[in-house]
Each structure stands twice: as structure tokens, then as C-alpha cells.
Design a protein around this ligand. Structure first.
Ligand code: PLP
Length: 365
């Protein structure tokens, strides 16, 4: 049996009429930039995230840069970022001229460890970017309490966590601003690049829009020097067509995760722990094992695709100034393996992956 890591073709088959229709409407109107598709998507996405305003932009990395700029983060400022995340969370900080300071992740949750935050705060600290890593919300109540105490801004990096919640409160509604990516493989993915910034603060939303639209407040009224970062109409139309499916897709991801968890319960496999009341949306299902590379090779031979998120923590990448060792992140990086996870996985596929993992862990293959 073959099990890909994700299967975007399988997903397209389930929504083809809707998506094709949405795309042909954009083609017929020949409104490729801006227009109704983008405005409608922004309104619907704000609604879905429980925020007042959404500003579409070109990708999730731009979203982070624009959010940082809107908050006035720049040269001389430090921003606290988890040591273990996708590179964009930290590179965005460098791109606005500030310095990312890495804070280790929690050994069980893999998200920013709130207990380590206060010791990382200096007179130059301006903001925190918690990441809802793999789809699990970071400990926002603790992070917001600390942000309040030290008067820090908070940008939630929600690129992996569309629809995740703590209790009844969705991610993206805790911080000052939140950013999303619609990279095709994300839980809500475009058919190309896309991103968004969301917030409940109207003034901040306006700032983001001005920055992303070449500094314009309305056409040709340039109030500052901005940049060009747009969500295009084709992507917005695809995203609108997919939006109604997100809840069902998330439920399927959670079902796949439950099957894995049940089958791995008695094995020497560590999985991400989930605090009570936190809703994980399983962008990724990641196991921690002793012989990671051996397991990866074995699964590959059995037709099962896996990936590593990520091979190195940011402090080890060599491109950031903060190269201090990070106890948890450094120890975890060689042990993590992401198993196939997507809504269209069949029971047979999930059972097959679980059986092969089990076989390797118990019998060494
Ligand atoms: C995917 C991702 C981004 C960047 O999104 P792009 O759309 O690829 O630029 C940022 N942060 C995290 C945590 C991500 O997973």
C-alpha cells in the first residue's frame, strides 16, 4: 500500500465542482487583483477566526513581517520566538530590523515554554510571537499574562492552526495580531501562495492594510512607504470555496490522530501532550522515537512517506545571531518524525501506517 504524506489530489477530487466554478468566475470577470473574491474572503475569514478584521496578503511570512511593522517593531528591538518552529517566525523579525531571541519549547507540548519567558525579557524586548505548533495552541493565558506584566505586544503565528481553540476561544483572538498561511499543504490551503493577518483592533488592521498596499490609504493616497503583498483573487476564490469544508476536514484530522494515539498507546513512542481543554487541529502528527532515521527508512520501504519538522532548531541554523543551546529543542530535533496526516486518509491507510510503525518499534522491522 502507498501512503503519501499529504494528498492534495484526493482533496481536489472531493471539491472539484465548487473550486472549478469559483475559478471560472474569476476568469470570466477578469478581476485578478482585489475585487469581490478577496473582500468576501477577508470578511468570511475574519468571521471564521472570531476576529473583526482580516487583511489578505501574499503568504504567511509576509503576514508576520507586516504584523511586526504595524506594531512598530524595528531596529534595536528584541522579539521572543520559540527556538523550535518554521524559520519564518524568526526571519520575519530580522527582516524588520529587530533581533529574534530564542526561548526553548516545553518538553511535552512542544510550544513556547511560558516558564522560560520572563528570564528572557530585557529592556529591549518589544514583542512575543507564540506559535501554535503542529496545530496545538501555545499556552496563551500564561503568555498573555506575562505580556501584560512587561507591556509586550503579542503576534500569534497561526500558520499551522486554522480553527484551533483553547476552551471556547479560538486562536488568533488572544494576541494583538495573528497571522495565517494558506500554503497549499496547510489545514486551509490555497492553490498557490496566500496569507492573512487578523485582529480585533481596527486601527491595527488599517495599518497592516496600508503597509501591504504600497502605503496607500485608498487609491493613490500614499501616506507612507509600504510594500506590495496581496492575496490574489484566484487564491481568494479557491479559499472561499474550501472554507465551508474546514470544520469537517479538521474533524477528520482529529479522527486520524485518535486512531494513531490508540494504536501507539502501549509503545515506546512519545507524542505531543495536549492540555485539558486545548483543541489540537493536527496540521501535523509527530512522533518522538529513539531510532528516528531507521523508522523513516523502514516506512519509506513500506511505501509510507514521512517528513521531519524540522531537522534543526533555529538556534542551530547558523543564520540567526542567537546561537545559544536550547535544552529541549536541541534534544528533540533528532527524534521527531511526522507521519502521514490529511483529512482524506482512509481507515486502511491509517491502520497500515500504525501497523508498520508498531512493527518497527516492537520488532525493529
Ligand atoms: C508555513 C508557516 C509560515 C509561513 O507561511 P508561508 O505562507 O509559507 O510564508 C510561518 N510560520 C509557520 C509556523 C509556518 O508553519
Amino acid at each position: 500500500m502507498k501512503v503519501p504524506f499529504v494528498d492534495l489530489q484526493a482533496q481536489y477530487k472531493t471539491i472539484k465542482p465548487r473550486v472549478d466554478q469559483a475559478i471560472s468566475e474569476v476568469l470570466a470577470a477578469a478581476a485578478f487583483i482585489g475585487g469581490d473574491a478577496v473582500a468576501d474572503f477577508e470578511a468570511e475569514f475574519a468571521g471564521l477566526t472570531g476576529t473583526g478584521y482580516a487583511v489578505g496578503c501574499a503568504n504567511g511570512t509576509d503576514a508576520l513581517e507586516i504584523a511586526l511593522e504595524a506594531l512598530g517593531v524595528g531596529p534595536g528591538d528584541e522579539v521572543l520566538v520559540p527556538a523550535y518552529t518554521w524559520v519564518s517566525t524568526a526571519s520575519a523579525v530580522v527582516r524588520v530590523g529587530a533581533m529574534p531571541v530564542f526561548v526553548d519549547v516545553h518538553a511535552d507540548y512542544y510550544t513556547l515554554d511560558p516558564d522560560l519567558l520572563s528570564q528572557a525579557v530585557t529592556a529591549s524586548t518589544k514583542a512575543i510571537i507564540p506559535v501554535h505548533f503542529y496545530g496545538l495552541p501555545a499556552d496563551m493565558p500564561a503568555i498573555m499574562a506575562l505580556a501584560k506584566k512587561y507591556k509586550l505586544k503579542v503576534i500569534e503565528d497561526c500558520a499551522q492552526a486554522h480553527g484551533a481553540m483553547i476552551g471556547r476561544q479560538p486562536v488568533a483572538t488572544f494576541g494583538d495580531l495573528a497571522t495565517f498561511s494558506f500554503y497549499p499543504g496547510k489545514n486551509l490551503g490555497a492553490y498557490g501562495d496566500g496569507g492573512a493577518i487578523v485582529t480585533n483592533d481596527r486601527a491595527l488592521a488599517d495599518k497592516c492594510r496600508v503597509i501591504a498596499r504600497l502605503g496607500q490609504q485608498g487609491k493613490h493616497n500614499h501616506v507612507q512607504v509600504g510594500r506590495n503583498s496581496r492575496l490574489d483573487a484566484l487564491q481568494a476564490a479557491v479559499l472561499r470555496a474550501k472554507l465551508p469544508m474546514l470544520e469537517e476536514w479538521t474533524a477528520r484530522r482529529r479522527w486520524v490522530a485518535r486512531q494513531y494515539a490508540m494504536q501507539f498507546a502501549d509503545l515506546k513512542i512519545k507524542t505531543q501532550r495536549i492540555p485539558a481543554d486545548f483543541k489540537h487541529v493536527y496540521h501535523l502528527y509527530v512522533v518522538q522515537v529513539d531510532k528516528r532515521d531507521g523508522l523513516r527508512k523502514y516506512l519509506q520501504e513500506k511505501g509510507i512517506q514521512t517528513q521531519i519538522h524540522y531537522p534543526k532548531p533555529l538556534n542551530q541554523l547558523g543564520v540567526f545571531a542567537d546561537k545559544r543551546p536550547q535544552k529541549v529543542a536541541d534534544a528533540m530535533a533528532d527524534r521527531l518524525l511526522s507521519l502521514p496526516m490529511y483529512p482524506e486518509m482512509t481507515r486502511e491507510q491509517v491502520d497500515y501506517v500504525a501497523a508498520m510503525v508498531k512493527k518497527f518499534i516492537v520488532y525493529g522491522g
